[in-house]
Design a protein around this ligand. Structure first.
Ligand code: ZN
Length: 294
């Protein structure tokens, strides 16, 4: 049985796991994201303990918060680059892990990882193209085309697409006044309305703005990338009233312009994740499996 190591590296937690080739989780640990030195040392200790028990990893997959340098020709390949998260800018994420685990290492963004997992085992099965959006503390998105995460110039940063300015509202992003993350992330909602998103009643005006912004994101994605699925996950999206309203508002925004294949409606395209909270870790496993030597 082949064994794979997986890390979902988040801004508050590092989820580490060992999988067999059939996607069974053999062991796992959740570690706090503190400083890079401390957190990476805990991560390495966890995997080293498995190796001491005789486990050999075919590969390690890492699905991480970013931004990341994914250019294999770059001297800073595998680094977290200019992140707003304190202490984590210009940190070599992959070098220490590759040295310690002594196996091939695949890296991608957390959202590309989650998208790859949904494409492979979840809401995107039988699709060629999929966008995975997470609306949680932050807002981000990954793009999968024919089973491959899209990198392009750097990698998609869907959360920072510009949207029409909202009168009297300054978005909560350190870089942009009117981007999607600045308007609609959980962090932005809390900043604008003075209470956490999960405490709002479904009738709260915050949701009206949220629906409008997320429908603009979906409109822009549908007309620019034409994905067969937009999978919308993350803590803020777990409000059950939200997705149907976003679907309706996207449909209104498109105003009949897109002619979908006859058997589909927008509600078949904009959907919830099927893998839930584990899509990030499954994504890291998928990255490992894809890079491991056959
Ligand atoms: Zn921004």
């Amino acid at each position: 049985m082949k064994i794979y190591a997986a890390i979902e590296a988040g801004g508050t937690k590092f989820n580490c796991a060992i999988f067999d080739e059939n996607r069974n989780k053999l062991d796992s640990i959740r570690l706090d994201t503190t400083t890079p030195d401390e957190t990476l040392a805990w991560v390495i200790d966890f995997f080293q303990a498995q190796r001491d028990k005789g486990m050999q990893f075919e590969a390690l997959g890492v699905a991480s918060f970013g931004p990341l340098d994914l250019d294999k020709g770059s001297s800073t390949y595998g680094y977290i680059t200019a992140t707003p998260k304190p202490n984590w800018s210009n940190v070599d994420l992959i070098g220490p892990l590759a040295d310690a685990l002594n196996c091939p290492v695949a890296l991608d963004t957390d959202v590309n990882g989650a998208g790859l997992a949904e494409y492979t085992w979840g809401a995107g099965q039988n699709c060629e193209s999929l966008v995975y959006i997470t609306v949680g503390t932050g807002l981000g998105g990954g793009v999968i085309i024919n089973g491959k995460p899209l990198h392009g110039l750097v990698h998609p940063e869907i959360g920072h697409m510009l949207l029409p300015k909202i009168d009297g509202v300054t978005g909560h992003c350190p870089f942009h006044e009117n981007c999607a993350e600045g308007y609609a992330s959980g962090r932005a909602m809390e900043h604008m309305w003075g209470q956490p998103a999960h405490t709002f009643e479904s009738s709260h005006p915050a949701w009206t703005r949220q629906v409008e912004v997320l429908a603009q994101v979906c409109h822009n994605l549908l007309v620019s990338l034409s994905p067969q699925k937009i999978v919308m996950g993350g803590g803020v999206m777990s409000q059950s009233h939200l997705l149907p309203r976003v679907i309706e508002a996207t449909s209104q925004s498109l105003n009949g312009y897109l002619t979908l294949p006859s058997h589909l409606s927008i509600s078949d395209v904009i959907v919830s994740p099927q893998l839930g909270d584990i899509s990030g870790l499954f994504g890291a496993f998928a990255l490992a499996k894809n890079i491991a030597p056959a």
